[in-house]
Design a protein around this ligand. Structure first.
Ligand code: IVH
Length: 719
């Protein structure tokens, strides 16, 4: 995870930092199927963001996580715009949070304010896979798309057609002409284990968990790969439909099953009345107990208001529906022993201590390492080699040590001594006052940092050079053929004069062990293609602190070319305040981001690398892309409605609609809801007890509607 949210920063800067960080993790998770943090850490980061956002709504980044779902579709796939956006779910972690959510529903739908009126909830397992939207026209599968950023997804039609659970032609009858079925593509635990064994056999990278395996298998440009991966599909929701065919979620499930879909079971309708959540709690307990023998990974349950008319009225808040929530299970834990603690050196020189564990299965995944974060974390928990520890993983990649079982500590155990020298290059490690992290100052003289930086430079989120993974980077470094990013681009031209450290000729790549003419050509082709990266990828590849995909995009849209960006940075570095102001005027770029950009630019080493790349004509494209879509932009309010563009004020007591529902309705029909009556007001909706606002409306000649008039205008019957 990133550094602590910066000290002494404005809320806007902190929000930007957190937003950037969340965007990076979103991209790692959704686009690259390679998360760096676990779900609990992600949730904590998101909560920190939302908490601060609540306190400083004026400082929100326009493209903040409050509006975003997932990440933009990856390059290489055709894009599909979802007819109805694919959103995410809010999480709850306790019965208290669940009760608050139910209370919110009861407040939103006026008639449910009477606690004795029951609400039926359809409760289903929350499968840990990736969501997919299938479009059927007259019963025939016409397209399949991943969620992408919620607005646009990746076209995976050819891949979806290889999945046995996905009917290409619907069975039975009665389906609407247009039917979008949404659900989860996932891999069963047994298939996941088999796939990883197969990956081992092929010397390929293992998948961290079934979710990553499913995502990596579905998001393949080559459908023959997907065909050979054992994917399954559960149907659980709808997108666009040309005609309604069920009154409730549970009825809809039955229809989907009739038409040939597999449902996520066990599911159950649980009723809440008079504040009693015990039926829901019982189902939670049942699922938790059956979790390990379901045969597929689940990370909680999804609780959905069963009545579809209520779902419709409840609608959405920015990225998630009001009518459904995910009730997450606590992370899975297990006990094992620490066999060793070793320090890893990251791309920026940051030292991460890692516990090497006696391998143990946690929720079906074999775990042999856990991150210990930093020196303080080790000291705080007094973690020692030989200790028995509780570790946990939460549908994630990096397990953590939760606690030490002191009663089992061996008598001869000693405190862990954090190294004072870099394990890779021997430099004396540094730790700044007030910083939790320790760094190796070796930079590009430290082999571990060179390896990490170069691996990052070519990785999927950066220049994405296929065939040049960590292993091959290590190989080229070891042979002394690459030291700096530009060397990658000159590899082929230098091939006939490659020499090793002793001045001996190194043979052509095609003659190396495990290589041949085809793989050598393929690699050089991939390197050549990477010479014209997008602006964003190029900037991300440079590895500037805090500059991930989202910031790179902001900078790209402002400066359009890398030269314009560098020129402005140089001016800012020479003290030109107008240049600094130009950065800060970009919505989403704050002081701390600018500082990191300037620090990067000021470092002579980075200048050299950049100049070398530009001289070698590794040139990013000019940016031509327009502004990003947001879910809000995509679901334009209904411009045909009688109240589109009008300003509405509500006053007095509404008896059938809650204020929130009335406001949400008005906004979805393109109206603006104001707090006070003025000459700009078009309608005043007045319930009993309307006071000064009604008088003012009468004075100004504003049209006054009763609640019933309003409901008629909305054409919705809240009954
Ligand atoms: S319903 C409007 N039902 O969880 C959102 N989602 O964390 C409708 N998921 O994006 C989603 N199991 O990928 C729904 N039974 C289930 C689910 C489920 C897993 C996923 C889905 C969603 C994510 C949100």
């Amino acid at each position: 995870m990133a550094q602590d949210p910066i000290r002494d920063e404005s809320p806007q800067d902190t929000l930007n930092t957190l937003a950037e960080e969340l965007a990076r993790h979103d991209a790692l998770y959704h686009q690259l199927d390679a998360p760096e943090i676990d779900d609990a850490q992600y949730d904590a980061l998101r909560r920190a963001y939302l908490e601060l956002a609540k306190q400083h709504p004026d400082a929100l980044p326009i493209q903040g996580p409050q509006t975003r779902v997932g990440a933009s579709p990856a390059d290489g796939f055709q894009k599909i715009t979802h007819a109805v956006p694919m959103l995410s779910l809010e999480n709850v972690f306790s019965t208290k949070e669940l009760a608050d959510w139910v209370e919110g529903i009861r407040n939103f739908l006026m008639e449910l304010r009477d606690p004795s009126i029951e609400i039926r909830f359809c409760c289903e397992p929350k499968i840990d896979g990736l969501s997919c939207s299938l479009r059927y026209e007259r019963g025939e599968l016409t397209s399949a798309a991943t969620r992408g950023n919620g607005v646009e997804g990746e076209d995976v039609t050819h891949n979806a057609k290889t999945i046995a659970d996905i009917p290409q032609q619907l069975k039975g009858s009665g389906w609407p002409d247009i039917l979008e079925v949404r659900g989860e593509v996932y891999m069963s635990d047994a298939d996941f284990l088999r796939l990883n064994e197969e990956q081992d056999r092929l010397g390929a990278k293992r998948f961290a968990n079934p979710r990553n395996a499913a995502a990596g298998s579905l998001r393949q440009l080559d459908a023959t790969i997907t065909r050979n991966r054992p994917l399954c599909f559960f149907a659980y929701a709808l997108g666009e439909i040309s005609a309604p065919f069920a009154k409730s979620q549970s009825e809809m499930r039955l229809k989907l099953a009739e038409w040939g879909f597999t449902l996520n079971e066990p599911a159950q309708v649980c009723t809440e009345r008079n504040g009693s959540l015990s039926p829901l709690q019982d189902f939670y307990d049942l699922l938790a107990a059956r979790r390990s023998d379901l045969g597929f990974s689940i990370d909680g349950l999804v609780i959905k208001v069963d009545r579809l008319d209520w779902q419709l009225r409840l609608g959405f808040v920015s990225r998630a529906p009001r009518w459904a929530v995910a009730w997450k299970f606590p992370p899975e834990q297990a006990s094992t022993q620490i066999e060793d603690i070793r320090c890893q050196v990251g791309r920026t020189g940051r030292i991460t201590p890692v516990a090497y564990l006696k391998p143990i299965s946690v929720g079906g995944v074999l775990v042999s390492r856990a991150t210990l974060h930093n020196a303080d974390e080790i000291a705080r928990k007094d973690i020692r080699v030989g200790d028995s520890v509780i570790i946990q993983r939460a549908g994630d990649v990096i397990p953590q040590v939760v606690s030490v079982q002191l009663s089992q500590r061996p008598a001869n155990s000693v405190h862990y001594l954090f190294p004072s020298q870099c394990p890779a290059c021997g430099s004396s490690l540094r730790r700044e006052e007030g910083d939790a992290d320790t760094y190796c100052p070796g930079g590009l003289t430290c082999p571990a940092q060179v390896q990490e930086r170069l691996s990052y430079f070519v990785s999927r989120q950066a220049l994405d050079i296929e065939g040049l993974g960590e292993k091959n980077i290590a190989l080229f470094i070891e042979k002394g053929l690459i030291h700096s990013p530009v060397d990658i681009f000159t590899l082929e031209a230098r091939e006939s004069s490659w020499l090793d450290a002793n001045g001996k000729t190194i043979p052509l790549l095609k003659y190396w062990d495990g290589w041949g003419p085809q793989s050598a050509t393929k690699l050089f082709d991939a390197i050549r293609r990477a010479r014209e990266p997008s602006f964003e990828r190029f900037l991300v590849a440079l590895g500037i602190r805090q500059v991930g995909e989202a910031t790179a995009r902001l900078l790209g849209r402002h400066f359009l070319t890398i030269h314009a960006l560098l020129e402005c940075l140089d001016r800012a570095l020479s003290g030109d305040e107008i240049a600094s102001a130009e950065f800060l005027a970009i919505d989403g770029i704050g002081e701390s981001m600018l500082k990191d950009l300037l620090d990067f630019r000021a470092e002579p080493h980075h200048r050299e690398i950049l100049n070398a790349l530009l001289n070698e004509r590794v040139l990013p494209d000019q940016v031509t892309e327009g502004p990003l879509l947001r879910v809000k932009d995509f679901v334009p309010p209904d411009s045909q409605s009688p109240i589109a563009g009008k300003t509405v004020v509500f006053t007095g007591t509404l008896e059938r609609l809650s204020r929130s529902e009335a406001k949400a309705q008005a906004e979805s029909l393109g109206a603006k809801v104001a707090g006070s009556v003025s000459s700009k007001t078009d309608f005043l909706v007045a319930g009993p007890g309307a006071g000064s606002k009604a008088t003012k409306a009468a004075e100004l000649g504003v049209r006054v509607l009763s609640e019933q008039d309003w409901i008629d205008l909305m054409h919705t019957n809240p009954e």
